[in-house]
Design a protein around this ligand. Structure first.
Ligand SMILES: Nc1ncnc2c1ncn2[C@@H]1O[C@H](COP(=O)(O)OP(=O)(O)O)[C@@H](O)[C@H]1O
Ligand SMILES: [Mg+2]
Length: 407
């Protein structure tokens, strides 16, 4: 039996796996969302064509036009007979989609849970109200208001927009003189919304990959995050999974608590946690899978297909068991910014049997940018090994094989 399902901005893999699990997907996309392409907007029209080819039905809409968005979702549900409307794409349109779905009685999750997860200020307020993960923070309507509030914080502190993603506009502030630079950074993203100041949580950072099934939160695994150099907070890599310990258990418990108090019911969550001297503290959580190839790392390391699990969970079926116990890693390259003169060794790396994927989206003559957010990184490699030490040695070999000359 095939079950109709309306999905807002489903990535290709989601349409494929939903179909494998017996869903007929009506896919709704916004043709202006080329920013979803990890290596630049050029391939977006072709990508949408592929989604269209895989989906049962394919409808385009302007997600920023509230009326058009609502009408499109409503029509897709009516035409397909779908009883469920799902959104596991980018945060920006997620809450609006769930509100529309909820009005139709077809939301996979209560909109409130999405609002609490999407909005970093709402999440902090909720956690404080429940006495969970106490973190000193303050809310400001505009970045310009931070100057007068920063005196209440010990530096370094973190300043960030309440609802951007991809490390955009998040800065580690060691000196209040950096506030003007931060303001310019926010302006470069056309961001004029509210911001948060937070105490700097000092310690190793993890993310928790989970799947919720009717309000029961299954922790699939914990990932360790490797950060690039400050003051930006851009991920330089991830290792999955972190071996189980009392620390990972405490991180998992805190994550379950957070998801429970938001009322989140069904689907993936990606929750970021820093382990401080005062225990685990939540950075943020989103109602979608982790980015940065984390779902691929989960599969490489454990054999568990977390994308497919999303749709098994939607059917209320038991999740598949893990079939491997390796460790996988993604490493983001960081070269000297400048004009690329030459690059060597990429194919030698791709030929290594422990390498799954290598992306280097530049050709000679292109500018290798300074890394300020996740989009301005310099490509990546994913690899696996029997344990973390082996992935480390293998990564060193990879780095020694790649030669990039910029000037
Ligand atoms: N209060 C904090 N203390 C220390 N580091 C933080 C804090 N808040 C954010 N960060 C760092 O900045 C990164 C990006 O912040 P986050 O809130 O996750 O924004 P984004 O939505 O852009 O991912 C985090 O992964 C973490 O490394
Ligand atoms: Mg984050």
């Amino acid at each position: 039996m095939v079950t109709p399902l309306v999905m807002v901005m489903p990535y290709k893999a989601f349409v494929k796996k939903a179909t494998q699990e017996g869903f007929a997907v009506s896919a709704i996309w916004d043709p202006s969302l080329a920013s979803v392409m990890p290596t630049g907007p050029a391939g977006f029209p072709a990508y949408l064509k592929e989604v269209e080819g895989l989906a049962e039905d394919f409808i385009l809409a302007d997600f920023t036009d509230a009326e058009e968005f609502a009408e499109t979702i409503e029509k897709a549900a009516a035409n397909s007979g779908a009883q469920q409307i799902y959104h596991v794409g980018q945060e920006t349109s997620m809450l609006a989609a769930y509100e529309i779905a909820d009005e139709l009685g077809k939301a996979v999750n209560p909109p409130r849970s999405i609002r609490l997860l999407n909005d970093k200020a709402e999440m902090r307020k909720l956690l404080t109200a429940h006495g969970l993960s106490s973190v000193q923070y303050a809310y400001a309507q505009r970045w310009q208001d931070v100057e007068s509030m920063i005196g209440d914080f010990r530096l370094p502190a973190i300043v960030k927009p309440t609802d951007l993603a991809g490390s955009r506009g998040v800065l580690k502030l060691t000196d209040r003189a950096q506030l003007a630079d931060w303001g310019r950074l926010l302006e470069s993203y056309d961001y004029t919304g509210p911001v948060l100041i937070e105490e700097f949580l000092d310690g190793p950072e993890f993310s928790v990959e989970s799947i919720s099934v009717r309000g029961e939160h299954h922790i699939i695994g914990i990932t360790r995050k490797i950060l690039g150099p400050p003051p930006s907070v851009v991920e330089a890599g991830h290792v999955h999974p972190v071996a189980e310990s009392s620390q990972t258990k405490a991180i998992a418990t805190l994550t379950r608590h957070l998801l429970r108090v938001t009322g989140y019911q069904n689907g993936p969550a990606h929750t970021e946690v820093i382990w401080t001297k005062r225990g685990p503290k939540i950075v943020e959580s989103q109602a979608r899978l982790g980015g940065d190839r984390i779902p691929q790392l989960v599969e490489m390391a454990t054999g568990f297909d977390i994308e497919r699990a999303i749709f098994r969970a939607l059917k209320g079926e038991a999740l598949d068991p893990k079939t491997r116990s390796d460790v996988a890693r993604v490493h983001y390259f960081s070269f000297k910014p400048g004009v690329l003169r030459s690059v060597d060794g990429l194919d030698a790396v791709r030929d290594l049997d422990f390498v799954a994927e290598l992306s280097f989206p530049f050709s000679p003559g292109d500018v290798i940018p300074e890394t300020v957010d996740s989009k301005t990184r310099h490509g990546y490699v994913t690899l696996s090994g029997k344990d973390e030490a082996e992935t480390e040695t293998r990564l060193e070999l990879i780095k020694s094989l790649v030669t990039v000359v910029t000037e």
